[in-house]
Design a protein around this ligand. Structure first.
Ligand SMILES: C[S@@+](CC[C@H](N)C(=O)[O-])C[C@H]1O[C@@H](n2cnc3c(N)ncnc32)[C@H](O)[C@@H]1O
Length: 232
């Protein structure tokens, strides 16, 4: 697992170009993935949501659009330059003024026990220094009956893997180098995706951390999956 400090420094280095690189490298399909995620959160009907590893805040903004002004939404991240991006974007839209963005490390969340109806985390779990520790922290802060929604890269359908891995190894770092000026950050990304567990394996890890029920939905040939996990 990557060391937290190194991950935070890596994101600090690309914070200003993260959004553009993200949309470019995914061909814009990341908008669709976040739409599905926020639709699932809305169906759950929380009164408050914490978006962990919020980065430049795109999930938090989408949650505000989808859930309306009465749901409290807080974004936490351990990389201040990424949070600065989120705050800069928040200042451009009156609708987002009530979103809170603050420092928080998923290895030791600055939140009380049983304090959130729902937690979202999009493309963050993969970077955890200690995945079990992070998942147990999330379980701690959720209220009983609360739900965690994890949007993360997964292992794509078998027939699609050769094309996908070719893209990750040879095309993505090249395009990323041009878009962000930092090829190494995306070499790292390709490496972590290849090592990411299947839907079933991540489901087991969530249960091992103490979640009671886990349901996984694959999207786009299972390039990514959303795991919905409930605290008893
Ligand atoms: C790939 S970005 C995802 C950002 C955003 N959730 C999105 O979907 O665009 C990963 C983010 O996770 C954050 N991160 C990684 N490990 C973390 C941890 N242990 N605690 C808090 N933030 C973390 C990084 O700083 C970075 O902003």
């Amino acid at each position: 697992m990557p060391e937290g400090k190194a991950v935070s420094q890596m994101f600090a280095g690309i914070a200003g170009r993260y959004d553009v690189a993200n949309h470019l490298l995914s061909g814009g399909i990341d908008f669709y993935w976040r739409r599905v995620l926020t639709r699932m959160v809305k169906a759950f009907g929380p009164k408050d949501v914490v978006d962990l590893a919020t980065g430049s805040g795109d999930v938090a903004f989408k949650l505000r659009d989808r859930l309306g002004p009465d749901v409290a939404i807080k974004g936490l991240d351990f990389c201040e330059p990424m949070l600065d991006e989120a705050r800069r974007k928040r200042s451009q839209h009156a609708n987002y003024s009530t979103l809170e963005f603050s420092f928080g490390d998923c290895m030791a969340l600055p939140l009380p026990d049983d304090s959130a109806d729902a937690v979202t985390i999009s493309f963050g779990v993969r970077n955890f220094e200690d995945r079990q520790r992070g998942l147990k922290e999330i379980l701690r802060v959720l209220r009983p009956g609360g739900n965690l929604f994890v949007l993360e890269f997964s292992q794509p359908d078998r027939w699609f893997r050769p094309i996908y891995y070719f893209y990750l190894k040879y095309i993505l770092p090249f395009v990323a180098a041009i878009a962000t000026g930092d090829k190494s950050a995306y070499d790292y990304l390709a490496g972590t995706i290849e090592n990411f567990p299947t839907k079933e394996a991540l489901g087991e890890q969530l249960k091992l951390a103490g979640f009671e029920t886990v349901e996984a939905t694959g999207l786009t040939f299972s390039i990514v999956a959303i795991h919905e996990a409930t605290k008893a």
